[in-house]
Write a protein that binds this ligand. Sequence first.
Ligand code: SF4
Ligand code: FES
Length: 381
Amino acid sequence: MNALTPNRPDVPAPVGLLAELTHRCPLRCPYCSNPLELDRRSGELDTATWQRVLTEASGLGVLHVHLSGGEPTARNDIVEITKTCADLGLYSNLITSGVGGALGKLQALYDVGLDHVQLSVQGVDAQNAEKIGGLKNAQPQKFEFAAKVVELGLPLTLNSVIHRGNIHEVEGFIDLAVKMGAKRLEVAHTQYYGWAYVNRAALMPDKAQVDASIRIVEAARERLKGQLVIDLVVPDYYAKYPKACAGGWGRKLMNVTPQGKVLPCHAAETIPGLEFWHVTEHSLGEIWRDSPAFTAYRGTDWMQEPCRSCDRREKDWGGCRCQALALAGDAAATDPACSLSPLHAKVRALAVEEAAETPPDYVYRTIGSNVRSPFKEDVNS
Ligand code: SF4
Ligand code: FES
């Protein structure tokens, strides 16, 4: 269990901060977890404000900072921000696409004390990868970037988001991670929020493909023990129980958007009626302890049945609030990914049906698009 928040023994202290430094990104992945309405550069927090936020995070007990985006190296001050993390003793993880200006800034990031790099790879076959990411010539840049990370001696994690467009490449992702010298590989089946929810029919694999991917990962874990750690995130729609999303609402993580809104998870803005506080108006500690968004679903008091009387309620904290909203139309409902939810069978049937159909074209992530979330009940009618 994490430590407690000073002066509030009922509130655990956060351990991680996801700093979404910018929504700008050269890639356009159709499963991006950023919101459909992306923040523009003109509204981004300045360097000094990020440095204050990091200082407050450190004071609150945060240990890890994930420097994310969009593409965090698109910011001119990424080196200064990373240095601030190092000066404060915060473990910094750069979550990057490895394209655009990333390679050119890597040495400087290393020099100021960057601790870890997480590189996204969209596919193994270059043509497929570049179709998914919506950017030509991305793959060679990623290879060059990964080689430099390893040459510097920085720990490298590859992140592969898995869906029907690349699930046939799971074995290839494992080989690629070994070839690149990564220490860790995330085989993360798509989580259907944000852009992935819009693209769900294009991304949903079938159950046999999912099962095969799990078997491949399990065999590789045995084979590569001591060489490569493989994390597996299974797809919610085919799961028995949901994950503890964000480690439980308001329990471990806080997410600061490019404009400075503080969210309990990256998709929290999809929940209507939640009030999010801003780092320019409140300290991070006030926001964590007392803001309406963080207190809304913290703990178990808000739960309905079957969560309320379930003995897993303090393990998965009822699953994902954003998914409950998207699928059940009620953010306080049991996550329909849970087999105990009355909606679970319909969610599973929906996945089976979508996976059997010809996939539609991707709706690519774009700043200023007028794409609207199809959040309306799919299964509750
Ligand atoms: Fe978790 Fe609620 Fe399902 Fe129990 S009923 S396993 S607490 S989501
Ligand atoms: Fe918001 Fe899961 S993404 S609680």
